[in-house]
Design a protein around this ligand. Sequence first.
Ligand code: FES
Length: 117
Amino acid sequence: MAPTKSDLRRIDLCAADEVPPGTKKLCEVGDELVLVTNLAGTFHATQGICTHEYFELDRGAMTGDSILCTLHMSRFSLIDGEVIDPPAELPLAVYPVAVEGGRVLIDVPAGPLEVNR
Ligand code: FES
């Protein structure tokens, strides 16, 4: 069953102006990390750690709408999280973004943040 609005929690990640177009920022959500990216003015949010091994993706390289994990060269779509180049096999978890009052927010199910590892 799809989550209803009351099953969701809204998480404030950062100020929108902290992430200018073409840049990224790693934000802490409890024990997890979320990567906020700004693709030509549209914000996206994915899990912040590579699904292959432990590597913080703000240290990766953004190219267009993808990110390269520079530890072993996996590439992921920043839009849907899918693996573009291996060795990673699991996609990045993606989170729906809202921008309100100059803040970047995500709406996710209550409970632990979904992360693929
Ligand atoms: S940790 Fe990212 S590709 Fe290996």
